[in-house]
Design a binder for this molecule. Structure first.
Ligand code: F3S
Length: 80
């Protein structure tokens, strides 16, 4: 399984990830990306059918803010 999280400290709200993977990423009020499936906690696996979109989004992020792991994230480090 793949887990993902957005590092909002480095996201520049460019919007590429939501275009590449609209079922995974959405934007907060300020336009910064976050993972919709688990409120950017990185604790719920991405659906297998969406893994290709996830990798496209990660590779397309200009600031490398999209983190992908085979294990759940200890998300408190990256969130807020
Ligand atoms: Fe931010 Fe990267 Fe998406 S800069 S809006 S996480 S493509």
């Amino acid at each position: 399984p793949k887990y993902t999280i957005v590092d909002k400290d480095t996201c520049i709200a460019c919007g590429a990830c939501g275009a590449a993977a609209p079922d995974i990423f959405d934007y907060d009020e300020a336009g910064y990306s976050e993972v919709v499936i688990d409120k950017n906690k990185g604790t719920i696996p991405v659906l297998e059918d969406l893994e290709d979109d996830l990798i496209d989004a990660r590779d397309g992020c200009p600031t490398e803010s999209i983190k992908v792991s085979d294990e759940p994230f200890l998300s408190k480090i990256l969130n807020n």
